[in-house]
Design a protein around this ligand. Sequence first.
Ligand code: ATP
Ligand code: MG
Length: 422
Amino acid sequence: MSKTSNGMRQSRLFTKTRREAPADEVAKNAQLLVRAGYIHKEMAGVYDFLPLGLLTLNKIIAIIREEMNAIGGEEVLLSTLQDPTVWKKSGRWDDAVVDVWFKTELKNGSELGLGNTHEEALTALMAGHIASYKDLPRYVYQFQNKFRNEARAKSGIMRTREFIMKDLYSFSKDAASHAEFYEKAATAYENVFKRAGIGDKTYRTFASGGSFSKYSHEFQTVCDAGEDVIYMDEEKRLALNKEVYDDAEVYAATGIDKASLKEAKAIEVGNIFTLGTRFSEALGLSFKDAEGKSSPVFMGSYGIGPARLMGTIVELLSDEKGLVWPESVAPFMHHIVSLGKPGDEVSKAAEDLYGDMTKAGHHVLFDDRDLRAGEKFAESDLLGIPRRIVVGRDAVATDSFEVVNRATGAVEKKSRAELLAK
Ligand code: ATP
Ligand code: MG
């Protein structure tokens, strides 16, 4: 086993790092993640997550899950295969309406879709569980693979044709109770982006809202690698996207002064949307109030792409040496780099330190391989683990270990006992 619950040995890690960026990757996030062995490219717009990449993605997913549970979310997992019947009811089966469909068929020739979003399926499902006002509100979410036939895929893991989305759908009795939850969801989203280390660059951004509300909100992270353009009010921490920039009403609604806006490229890391009764009416999801009167359920949808968020972190925080992970999403917190030779005192000390730190509950990647120090340090920089602990002859002799902060380069000296302390 290469991995205990808290630790991983690099000698047992199958992934190899590369010195050069792969020629077929233009996006920095994909170049670095492929070089560091976090991901593998299957084909354009399709990536696999390898051990370190999966640990990182799962850290991000865990943060999102905590925030969704905190606002009352109930987690489910719906199928990818989609029944055209429900999509025909909402009018979204047509390729002219939804231009990213992947469709397939059964052996008997009838059509199926690969889900690109789940309003239809979940609304139809909830019709079997919501009947009365007593059954409301409900907030249901999942981490689920979406398939989208995206026209272009040049942003690495930020725009792929198959990706995990966290999609939450809210079911409320009316617009007012929906609005209350919508605010909570917006705050939960802000918490997610803060915890993932990109809060200071992420703006709640007004976008067009469709038929039921004037506006929806995107969460846009300012970054030159972004495919979107936003106009931000840095003081108010709000922004507008292109759809609403020329709409006079948005300035009245937000108090934003058009003259103070700055244009910037940005990445849409998430969005929240008032759906109203569009899907509940189309798919027959209604409830009876206390007087027995029936009304359609009032809905909202809330999406985040964990891999797009991971790619955004790479775009923003990495440096010329490689990846730099915030502690909250790093695959491991510590990287022990042993400078020992097989069987010598130094490698024995490194082994002991690794064993004791993982036992004490620390999350440690252990470079236990017999390689040159320079090679190990360069690779350690590329992998981006927050704290590197160097175990060399002097450190062992003096009980003073260099702990290098990957993000700042700051070096601290710590004794073995200090390293073991939580
Ligand atoms: P975009 O305008 O960038 O295509 P979208 O409006 O299609 O995004 P949604 O359908 O609302 O996005 O999806 C919710 C979230 O899922 C997005 O905010 C984003 O974080 C993520 N996402 C969307 N498309 C992709 C994709 N192709 N690859 C990875 N993540 C994606
Ligand atoms: Mg899209």
